[in-house]
Ligand binder design. Structure first.
Ligand SMILES: [Zn+2]
Ligand SMILES: [Zn+2]
Length: 324
């Protein structure tokens, strides 16, 4: 597989440099228009900056999350449209309504009782050190810098908090709940114990913009990327033109591998060794065409007993869930 296609290094690839150039061009073309729209919204909320902060950092990312997940839940329950099933990573168990209901309740509770208070707490802190709701938008380069730092901070905090939650002495009390789903669906990204939600979902995402003193529109963009990102990585579908979910899907399959998000710290700490020996690694690419990976990179033929002494558990699970 060509290195440039590999998700972990794709960030630095020429293809991505083109995308960044395209974004920069788009930003400059639209720059005045963005500023104009923002000023209209800013003036509309001029008496209530807190409401503006709430709209940008909670309402819009939450809408992004629930609109995408509503589609995924319908597909999960009905198996339609049928062509989606071609892109499925694991062969799911039939939809379990009770399990789905429990997940929905947990996710809504986590969002209402943990996410909203934590994000609203950001406002007075950020206001004390700066002005997140200034009328002047930040420049393209500053937004890009914010996003890069936020990704690196999230990768670091998520990796180590997640790794800690997998410690055998605490795993069953907190993080096991998230792993109830060995073949996850989109909303499972936020299906977790409250402490897990604070440590692994919220803190890694909010520390970055607070340290950077980001503009509220940059926070809106970052939070939307985070919630869409966690939905994609838990969706169970490897769809064209979207980031590969194979890395975290493999984590749900074999829970002592792939603790991070981007994969940098897993590579440095060697916690992706089994993943890199597995066929899922070859499939961990950005899919540029419409041909599903199940056709272009089909799983290996099923073996009755694994001959790979290093990864028996991986292969057993792999065949159980992925092979057709
Ligand atoms: Zn997960
Ligand atoms: Zn985990």
């Amino acid at each position: 597989m060509e290195q440039a296609q590999r998700h972990a290094t794709a960030f630095l690839s020429p293809a991505n440099a083109d995308i960044l150039g395209l974004l920069q061009h788009f930003w400059w073309e639209q720059g005045d228009s963005w500023q104009e729209q923002w000023e209209k919204l800013y003036n509309y909320y001029s008496d209530n900056e807190l409401a503006l902060f709430f709209l940008c950092t909670i309402v819009i990312p939450a809408l992004s999350f629930w609109m995408y997940n509503a589609v995924l839940i319908v597909i999960h329950l009905t198996g339609k449209p049928h062509f989606f099933t071609e892109y499925k990573i694991q062969k799911n168990h039939p939809a379990d309504l009770a399990k789905l209901g429990r997940a929905l309740i947990t996710v809504v509770c986590n969002q209402i009782f943990i996410s909203i208070p934590m994000i609203m707490l950001m406002y007075p802190i950020m206001k004390y050190f700066g002005n997140p709701c200034s009328i002047k938008l930040h420049t393209y380069y500053l937004v890009l810098l914010d996003l890069i730092i936020c990704v690196l901070i999230e990768e670091t905090f998520f990796y180590y908090s997640h790794w800690l939650l997998h410690h055998h002495k605490i795993y069953k009390y907190i993080h096991k709940k998230h792993h109830d789903w060995t073949a996850p669906i989109g909303i499972v990204g936020f299906y977790s114990h409250p402490l897990d939600h604070i440590l692994s979902n919220m803190l890694p995402a909010i520390i970055g913009p607070m340290l950077m003193g980001s503009h509220v529109t940059s926070i809106m963009l970052w939070f939307s990327i985070v919630v869409i990102g966690t939905t994609i990585t838990h969706s169970g579908y490897h769809l064209p033109f979207l980031p590969s979910p194979q890395f975290h899907d493999f984590h749900h399959l074999k829970s002592n591998q792939c603790y991070g998000i981007v994969g940098i710290l897993d590579r440095l700490n060697g916690t992706d060794l089994l993943f890199r020996q597995n066929k899922a690694y070859d499939r961990h690419i950005l899919l540029f065409g419409l041909t599903p990976l199940n056709k272009s990179l089909p799983p290996p033929p099923q073996k009755k007993k694994s001959t790979d002494t290093q990864t028996p558990y991986v292969w057993e699970n792999y065949h159980r869930f992925i092979n057709k």
